[in-house]
Design a protein around this ligand. Sequence first.
Ligand code: ZN
Length: 275
Amino acid sequence: MDACGVCRACDRIARGMHVDVLSLEPDDRASIKIDVVRGVLARTAFRPFEGRRRVVVVRDADTLEVQAQNALLKSLEEPPPGTVFVSTTAVPGLLLPTVRSRCMRLRFGRLSERDIQAILTRDHGLSARDARTAAAMADGSAGQALALGDADLATLRETALLLLRQTASQASASARLTAAGLLTTTPSRKERSRDDIALMLRVVASMLRDVELLNAGGDPGTLANPALADEMGSLKRAFAGSRAPEAFSAVDRAIMALDRNAGAKAVGEWLAMQM
Ligand SMILES: [Zn+2]
């Protein structure tokens, strides 16, 4: 089920001109304020004008100010007849628990790496090579890919590689905890932000994928980190058998735990033990 994308209604929705599709978006200070929310809610008091339903789209709902979220609660619990609320966010953990509990959670489908590459090169001017690297790490999200494109990939890679080497060779618990420290604190002993940690984990995941690809005899031309082909090759033996896929899935779980607001230090230590 998808919109046709060509009829008059679709066209007006795409241009933001449809009277029954209301949109709440972050302002230039990246927040959605209570007044704006109240304005839109007032318009939901009437029945839809044209369609059978009215849709209120809250874009980047995590930017709703707390009062704005509270103003939405009643409508989320008991939407006005004919009105559907759709809130989108990449970080649901930032929404009030009272808001989350009133929403049904849907995960949007992931884009293919090819689609993400196309978006990055066509709309954001990345080189084909950078786009491929970012797309391979982005877990199907163009937004993640862009964040990776902006980040200092060289430093992220260096640290991620160090982390993999430490866990590859060291079996002792204390060595693994040291490795976990690489993830959560910078060399100058500053705590990394959750976003930075999640980004780093994506880089680690992309490396584990590369190692597994090499172990499975795949084409080295399709590595996500082609510049690190030698380093990836040197990790092959340590991550042979089921270790790479298992570590990959542990990284995935760690990213999800961070997304749900789990403590960064605890997540890092758990992961270092799993890998
Ligand atoms: Zn249509």
